[in-house]
Design a protein around this ligand. Structure first.
Ligand code: FES
Length: 106
């Protein structure tokens, strides 16, 4: 388990114990962040698991595949250097302390 800071759509911050080996999306859903819809279930085809990361946190993310990049670039809320699809990020021990903000849909 690693501690992750999460800000929901309403701007409320909380800290969760994220399970290493699960995706960031699965950890958010398991901790009742229902404002992260994740409607494709992690197939990288919906963009409803979009999150923002601060600079330090973003640097700890695994490399992005092309299909994730294409989906994100189509999202209205896309922010280069901050946006990721949380279903494409597997949580590992290096991610302790990362700061995640759930992005608005669209
Ligand atoms: S859950 Fe659909 S792209 Fe991540």
């Amino acid at each position: 388990m690693v501690k992750i800071s999460v800000t929901n759509l309403a701007g409320q911050k909380s800290e969760i114990d994220a399970e290493v080996g699960l995706s960031l999306m699965e950890n958010l859903r398991n901790n009742d962040f229902d404002d992260l819809a994740a409607i494709c279930g992690g197939c990288c085809s919906c963009c409803t698991c979009h999150v923002f990361l601060d600079e330090d946190s973003y640097a700890k993310m695994p490399e992005m595949e092309d299909d994730e990049q294409y989906l994100l670039e189509d999202a209205e809320a896309y922010q280069a250097g901050s946006s990721r699809l949380s279903c494409q990020v597997e949580v590992d021990d290096s991610m302790a302390g990362i700061k995640v903000t759930i992005a608005p849909e669209g």
